[in-house]
Design a protein around this ligand. Structure first.
Ligand SMILES: O=C(O)CCC(=O)C(=O)O
Ligand SMILES: [Fe+2]
Length: 345
C-alpha cells in the first residue's frame, strides 16, 4: 500500500529548500526572506464576538450544527468548531510539546531534518520550492509514529512527546470523521462514498507542527505563502495567536481571529473536487509578528492514497476528471496551485 510518504518520495526537493533559517542567530530579515508586498491592509474579519463572525463559529453540540456546517462549507469552505469533545488538556499538551521541540537549538533540530525524499521530520514548508522567497517558518511533520525522531531529539525523554502526538492524532482522526460524516450527508453522498472518506483502514493523515519565530520586521516577511490544503479536510489549532489569513474576493487578505478552544476547519482540494466545486477552496497564508513566537498545529485528513477521487456520483455533470488520490498528489507536488485546473473537464 502506497503512503503519503511514498508519494512525496517521487518528488524530492533540494537541500536548499529543506533547511529552515537559523532563527536564533538572526536579528534582521534577510533579502532571501523579504517578500515584495505588504503594505496592504489586513482586514480583521472576525472578532472574538462569536455571535457575529464572518467565518462562522459552530457549536458542535448545538442542534443546528449540521445545517450550519453545511452552509459554512458552501459559503466559505471554512468554519471554526467549538464544543468538539477534544480534551482541552490534550490540546494544551500538544502546544507545550511543540514549543518544547521548536525551543531546541537549531543544530539539535537539524538532527531530524526531513530527507530530500522524505515526508516527515524537521524542515521548511513543502510548498517552498514554488516561491522565489523563503518563509519565516520552520515545521515538523508527523505521519503515524514519531518515535524515531523523538528518540534522536530527547534520547532519555522522548515518550511524553510521542504519547502526546499519538493521542492528539487519534482525537483529530475521530473529530475529522465526525465532521466528514456530517459534511458528506449534506452532500447526499452514498454509503460507499462515506466509507471512502472516513475509511478507518488506509486513510491518510499528517500532523504538521508549524513554528513562526518572532520576526524583527513582520511587514517584510511571510510565515506561510498562499496555498490550499491538498487532502479532504484540515483541522487547525492556532494556539491562541492570530496569524491565519484567508483571501476573500473583493476585500483581500483577512485575518481569522483565533477563538478559544476552537479548531479552524477547512475544505481541502479533494473535498472541493468531491463536492464538484460546490464547496469553495479558500486560499490561505500565515503572517508573522514581532512579539509572540506563534505555533500552529494542522491535522490533514485524506482517503486511501490508492483510491479514486471524483465528484460525487450525485452530480450529473462532473467538473473534474476521476483519478487516483496519489495521482492528484503527484500533480499537486509538481504543479502546485495549477493542479486542479489540469483535471477540470
Ligand atoms: O499557521 C497557520 O495558521 C496556517 C497553517 C497552514 O495553513 C498549514 O499548515 O497548512
Ligand atoms: Fe494550510
Amino acid at each position: 500500500m502506497t503512503t503519503l510518504s511514498e508519494v512525496y518520495r517521487n518528488d524530492p526537493i533540494t537541500d536548499h529548500h529543506i533547511i529552515p533559517l537559523d532563527f536564533d542567530s538572526i536579528d534582521e530579515v534577510p533579502e532571501s526572506h523579504t517578500w515584495p508586498r505588504f503594505d496592504e491592509p489586513i482586514n480583521k474579519i472576525q472578532t472574538n464576538n462569536i455571535k457575529d463572525p464572518l467565518i462562522p463559529v459552530i457549536d458542535l453540540a448545538s442542534p443546528n450544527a449540521r445545517n450550519l456546517i453545511g452552509q459554512a462549507c458552501e459559503t466559505w469552505g471554512m468554519f471554526q468548531v467549538i464544543n468538539h469533545g477534544v480534551p482541552s488538556e490534550l490540546v494544551k499538551n500538544v502546544e507545550y510539546e511543540s514549543r518544547r521541540l521548536f525551543a531546541l537549538q537549531t543544530h539539535e533540530k537539524r538532527r531530524v531534518l526531513r530527507s530530500a525524499d522524505g515526508a516527515t521530520g524537521y524542515g521548511v514548508a513543502r510548498i517552498s520550492p514554488f516561491f522565489d522567497k523563503r518563509m519565516w517558518h520552520e515545521g515538523f511533520t508527523i505521519m503515524g509514529s514519531c518515535a524515531d525522531d523523538a528518540k534522536v531529539l530527547w534520547p532519555h525523554d522522548y515518550q511524553r512527546f510521542c504519547d502526546t502526538m499519538d493521542a492528539y492524532q487519534q482525537q483529530m482522526k475521530l473529530l475529522s470523521h465526525r465532521l466528514l460524516l456530517i459534511i458528506l450527508e449534506k452532500l447526499d453522498a452514498t454509503q460507499e462514498e462515506i466509507n471512502w472518506a472516513i475509511s478507518t483502514q488506509d486513510s491518510q493523515q499528517a500532523l504538521q507542527l508549524n513554528s513562526y519565530p518572532c520576526c524583527p520586521n513582520p511587514s517584510l516577511a511571510l510565515g506561510l505563502a498562499p496555498h490550499t490544503d491538498s487532502l479532504l479536510l484540515t483541522l487547525l489549532n492556532q494556539c491562541g495567536i492570530s496569524g491565519l489569513e484567508i483571501f476573500v474576493e473583493g476585500s483581500g487578505w483577512s485575518q481569522v481571529q483565533p477563538v478559544e478552544d476552537a479548531f479552524v476547519v477547512n475544505v481541502g482540494d479533494l473535498l472541493h473536487m468531491f463536492s464538484n466545486a460546490k464547496f469553495p477552496l479558500l486560499s490561505h497564508r500565515a503572517s508573522v509578528n514581532q512579539s509572540n513566537h506563534r505555533i500552529s498545529i494542522a491535522y490533514f485528513h485524506g482517503p486511501p492514497i490508492e483510491s479514486r477521487v471524483a465528484p460525487s456520483s450525485k452530480f450529473q455533470k462532473p467538473c473534474f476528471k476521476s483519478l487516483l488520490v496519489k495521482e492528484y498528489l503527484i500533480l499537486k507536488a509538481k504543479h502546485f496551485s495549477r493542479a486542479l485546473s489540469l483535471i477540470q473537464t
